[in-house]
Design a protein. Sequence first.
Length: 321
Amino acid sequence: MTGPYDEFRQLLQQKRFRDAALLAERQILQSPSPDAFWLTQQALALLRTEDYGPALESARKALAAEPSNQYAVVTAADALLGLQKHEEALACYQECLGSPRLAARARKGVLESLSRLKRWEQMLARLAEWAPPEEESAPWKVKALAGLKRTEEAIAECRAWLAKMPDHPPALWAMTELEVERDGIEPVLERMGRMVRIPSLPPVYREMYASLCRRAGRPEEALKEYEKLEAQGAGSRASRQQAFLLAKTGKEREAIPLLEELLRADPRDIYLHSSYEAACRRVGEPERAINFYQTLLSLHPEAKGLYGRIKAMHRALERAP
């Protein structure tokens, strides 16, 4: 088993998740009886492709073959979470809390499930019970306190989080959202405007300022900030927001090439697809989208959903005057 498993792990490291799932499938077919190990690995690879239904099916087959397989239980939980079946996911994660090897993964899953169920008090109780390191507990505690509208406590927790991890983006975003809720957007926008003039601060401050400008109804200012971020090489997140804003403000022809670049990097992003297709329709270029999707499919043959998008754009082309 070592040879195939080494190859499987290598495929995962290379992000060739479809190939990893196929390798697991071959191993399953070679076994004279249901192979719980390879069924679990197949489920794991399918999770990485966000094929949650097939992943759950494989995990359940693994459990039918080996009911005590805790790895299959936690993999099933991950699939259920992806399918938005939060109660079932929570039950599976809780089943794995006693496993020394899986406890950390199970605890994270419990907290994620409780978060999606908005069971804030239970989240806080679990955090108090488990007492994880502060840098691990802070994001969950802030979310729970914010959910309970205990805004001042959540802000205090954010300050402690930032004291441990200065300029940490998730902490900064959380703090900004809480301050907007407490003070309104204009005072926070003014404070952030002063922050972006400090050259030594990381790009995340400019990104937050651009986001606040957009929310405050100042799209032109936001676009200027996104352009500065792009010039600084701030990464795809800023480019993504810039593309969305261009598409929403009548600058589709500028947005379309940027959206295409982002989709080449992540062909599974449904929000990028939605913005791209709408922009192509508005400027009367569904044929461009068809040609782009066909090229994208050659680069990412595993992205089967592109076939449906190509058909949809063909229909848009037929309806065009």
